[in-house]
Design a protein around this ligand. Structure first.
Ligand code: ADP
Length: 617
């Protein structure tokens, strides 16, 4: 086999490892090797078509775009030949000597990391070209590039550490892969078997696959997104998703659309189950795959969906996109906004339907992707009305389930004119907020907004239908009819209360703008409210999250004149009274999520405990 023109190369270290694993693999579905070769062949033809959009100077421009599989049973050989883009000598060395491909590399990493039997992983990852070594004694790849002046070359390997490259004779453009099957892989040297494998794994490859002497292709040839919905099984949708993303969790749902007006398009879109891409994901960026008449023209198109739906994965294909365009002009062609509008509307509609039909699944969606929609409202106020019906909230009266704003409105009390909300740090803490006291006491529903993104969202979301959204942490004099505490009878007499207020003012000094009575507190001793009723607590939080230097404005401390603790405090004096006042203020800061240094309270709390224990003696 060796002649003077043959050069010997050594596989890169990780390719060697991969080959070792594959050669000794006990993987039972070895048939996937054919799927991988056919998918490479199809990619190669696709790339040729893309090249031909802009380049006239291509070898064999008129040859049929196809894949041919032949078998020689007696010799145990299979040949897979395509009329795709082909490879030059350098490309062969680059592509088949090293693992460029992310999927195979991830396979290797996982196999090493988990130190487990790698067999199970082969099917999951797809190890590309090298999977052929599960069945091959040797492999010979002969290729002729589309570049008219390129020489044909041959790559030969037996699965040991080296491969050979030598000049070859090949008149037509494309790649031919000859496989000598191992003895224990003789089952694949049967035409019917290969046809079955094509139908099972590669039916939707967009180019004809001929097997043996048959004049008719064995595959359906239609891409999955161009296939009628009723001909596709749920398993096929999932497979497609898995293969395009390498996300091994099933998608939450898919949207398969075909429209003719106002634009022609096919789209097959998926909602992943998790917002975070797994470490193996094939998709490096957000964006949809954009095809024009079945030719991939953009791997990550970001102009087909608004930012806030960027987690959607999948494919869009349109007959209306002009073929002879560069990627850049696709972006600027007037068609894109139209496609975007149609696709976005459909996605929103599907989400609304899901919410109606399957609340549980919608909740799963919301938990993962709700924050994207909130961000959408913050970033594109023009879309607020579109997004708002999709929002879900926890509330003080329904803390465990997700409620829509419509549901909130339908449960509003007679005469209630606004939608109440409270912003806080976390769902548990916010339920303990003193601002909620009166609302809890009379059962008025309040939205609990505890994600950082909520503050950003609130800057655009000020109204829902006719109802204004209103924070309950504002001062009393804000004009809205908030519920009031009812225990008027138990109040501290006014004179006593005023002297207590003076004590608070003395102790807290500049740290508060005022100290006064509140009629909104029931079980809490005190709360902090904004001094200026027009101040914007959301904005304060937004600045905090953005890390901007922004001093939280000083607040008013409101006291509960009916609280037993304050009554006792009246009877105390000296140092104990002072430190309790300090602690009342610190605790109020703490529940607001505004305390700059909570651990500083420990020493004081200890002092208070000691005093309490002394009192018990
Ligand atoms: P992947 O196809 O996932 O990138 P493979 O290991 O299967 O990884 O293939 C490596 C590279 O070899 C491909 O990316 C491609 O550039 C090249 N290649 C493989 N098969 C062919 C083919 N039939 N025609 C042209 N190039 C090919």
């Amino acid at each position: 086999m060796t002649d003077t023109n043959t050069q010997q190369f050594t596989f890169k270290a990780e390719t060697k490892q991969l080959l070792q694993i594959l050669i000794h693999s006990l993987y039972k579905d070895r048939e996937v090797f054919l799927r991988e070769l056919l998918s490479n062949a199809s990619d190669a033809i696709n790339r040729l078509r893309f090249e031909m959009l802009t380049n006239q100077n291509v070898l064999d421009p008129d040859v049929e775009l196809k894949i041919h599989v032949t078998v020689d049973k007696d010799n145990r050989t299979i040949v897979v030949q395509d009329t795709g883009i082909g490879m030059t000598q350098d490309e062969l060395v680059d592509h088949l000597g090293t693992i460029a491909q992310s999927s195979a590399r991830k396979f290797l990493e996982t196999a090493k990391e988990k130190n487990q039997d790698a067999s199970g992983l082969i099917g999951q990852f797809g190890v590309g070209f090298y999977s052929v070594f599960m069945v091959a004694e040797w492999v010979r790849v002969t290729s002729r590039s589309f570049r008219p002046d390129a020489q044909a070359v041959t790559w030969f390997a037996t699965g040991d550490d080296t491969y050979q490259i030598s000049p070859a004779e090949m008149s037509e453009r494309g790649t031919r892969i000859e496989i000598k099957l191992k003895e224990d892989a003789a089952e694949f040297a049967e035409e019917y078997r290969l046809k079955n494998i094509v139908n099972k794994h590669s039916d939707y490859i967009g180019f004809p696959i001929y097997v043996g002497e048959d004049e008719k292709p064995v595959n359906k040839q239609s891409s999955l997104w161009r296939t009628a919905r009723n001909e596709i099984t749920p398993e096929q949708y999932k497979d497609f998703y898995r293969q395009t993303t390498l996300d091994f969790e099933d998608p939450l749902m898919h949207v398969h659309m075909v429209t003719d007006a106002p634009v022609q398009l096919y789209a097959l879109l998926f909602f992943p189950a998790k917002s975070e891409r797994n470490m193996f994901s094939l998709r490096k960026e957000d964006g949809l795959k954009l095809y024009s008449r079945n030719i991939l023209i953009d791997e990550y198109n970001k102009d087909l969906l608004p930012e806030y739906l960027r987690f959607v994965q999948g494919v869009v294909d349109s007959e209306d996109l002009p073929l002879n365009v560069s990627r850049e002009t696709v972006q600027s062609s007037g068609l894109m906004p139209k496609l975007k509008k149609v696709i976005t509307n459909q996605v929103i509609k599907e989400l609304e339907t899901l919410a109606k039909k399957d609340a549980e699944k919608y909740a799963a969606f919301w938990s993962e992707f709700g924050v994207y929609l909130k961000q959408g409202i913050a970033a594109t106020p023009a879309d607020t009305d579109t997004i708002t019906p999709l929002l879900r909230f926890k509330t003080n009266t329904n803390p465990e389930t997700w409620s829509s704003l419509d549901e909130y409105v339908s449960r509003m009390k007679d005469g209630q004119k606004v939608i109440y909300y409270i912003v806080g740090e976390d769902p548990k803490a916010v339920l303990r907020s003193p601002h909620l006291d009166a609302f809890q006491a009379n059962g008025t529903e309040v939205l609990l907004l505890t994600e950082p993104m909520d503050s950003f969202m609130l800057m655009s979301l000020r109204k829902f239908k006719d109802y204004e959204l209103k924070s309950i942490s504002g001062a009393e004099a804000d004009g809205t009819e908030q519920p009031k505490a009812e225990s008027e009878a138990e109040k501290i007499p006014e004179g006593d209360f005023n002297s207590l207020v003076e004590k608070f003012k003395q102790v807290l000094g500049e740290r508060v703008t005022d100290v006064r009575a509140s009629s909104r507190l029931v079980t809490s001793v005190a709360r902090l409210v904004d001094a200026d009723e027009n101040s914007n607590p959301e904005l304060q939080r937004v600045y905090k999250y953005l890390g901007k230097e922004y001093e939280v404005p000083k607040k008013v401390l409101e006291l509960n004149p009916a609280h037993a603790m304050l009554k006792s405090l009246l009877k105390t004096d000296g140092e104990l009274q002072t430190i309790i006042i300090e602690q009342v203020f610190d605790s109020a800061l703490l529940v607001e999520g505004l305390h700059p240094d909570p651990s500083s309270m420990a020493a004081r709390v200890q002092q208070i405990m000691e005093a309490a224990l002394k009192g018990q003696k």
